[in-house]
Design a protein around this ligand. Sequence first.
Ligand code: SAM
Ligand code: SF4
Length: 326
Amino acid sequence: MIDQFGRPIEYLRISVTDKCNLRCVYCMPEEGLPWLKREEILSYEEIAEIVRVMARLGLRRVRLTGGEPLVRRDLPRLVEMIAAVAGIEDIALSTNAILLEEYADALRAVGVHRVNISLDSLQPERVDAIARRAGSYQKIMGGIAAAERVGFSPIKINMVVMRGRNDDEVEDFARITRERPWHVRFIEVMPTGSNLEISKDEFVSCYEVLSRIRSIGELAATEGPSGNGPARYYRFAGAPGSVGVITPLSHTYCDRCNRMRLTADGHLRPCLFGDIQTNLRDALRRGEPLEPLVEETLRIKPERHHLVRGSDVGSGRLVALSQVGG
Ligand code: SAM
Ligand code: SF4
């Protein structure tokens, strides 16, 4: 699959649910969102069928995300089904790790190769405050330990940087990469309907993040751990891990975009932001062929997103990233 700008698209992020067991301040409103109804959500069989169709067109890598993917019952069953699809070479998971201790062995056994874990602070009370759920820190740390124990590799840690909430920990996160093979990625807050205040008042740019990290040691640009993505990576000399920056606001990486997204209710989105999406679910349920719809969605994949700090204009009226699988 090659889009009209010559970008090879071989990666699909699949949101398996819009629900979540946390309420991260930069993502979801505290009261939650109007959740999708059960019948609106793709079954595992339907997701596997869409993956089969796309694999025939060139899809090679899949990431399961959400909402929180591990709140959907029996996720390992879906992984097993996707792993059996000819052409799929890599299955990864993005998780908040709250339930990872419980599922790590089963996920590893059925073919998850690697995990991205959200961790926004190293301080227990801050983690709980940002996630708006008491006890989160302990569970996340248990999940990270389980990920290391079962051998997911690489382990990427995602930290959304917010001024006044956790930006003073950038250096601490970076120091960890000298001790452990973690790939810590600092993410700029992306504006969505539910976080416009944070996006406006607490935004920290990747330039500031990198200059803070450089104050504790020299950084050299490096190849990222497996999996192409939007992050740019750097390393301290001799460090087992790396630091990365994901810079949706300061610097669009859209020219390197290699992905499409499938929402929990079966819409194929060629870009995380914006209004363009194709309803694959209804076509699938009517027994219509999906290939032409996938090809048309690829054809209209936009060149770039148009996010504006503190405004939801460019996000296509998205309330939260959890609605489309961040
Ligand atoms: N629940 C899982 C998790 O938290 O890893 C997967 C879904 S979450 C939407 C995927 C990633 O998006 C997480 O790393 C999260 O921190 C990030 N994220 C969510 N909202 C964001 C925002 N407004 N700006 C930047 N990153 C965001
Ligand atoms: Fe849930 Fe992930 Fe959004 Fe946090 S970032 S509320 S864990 S979906």
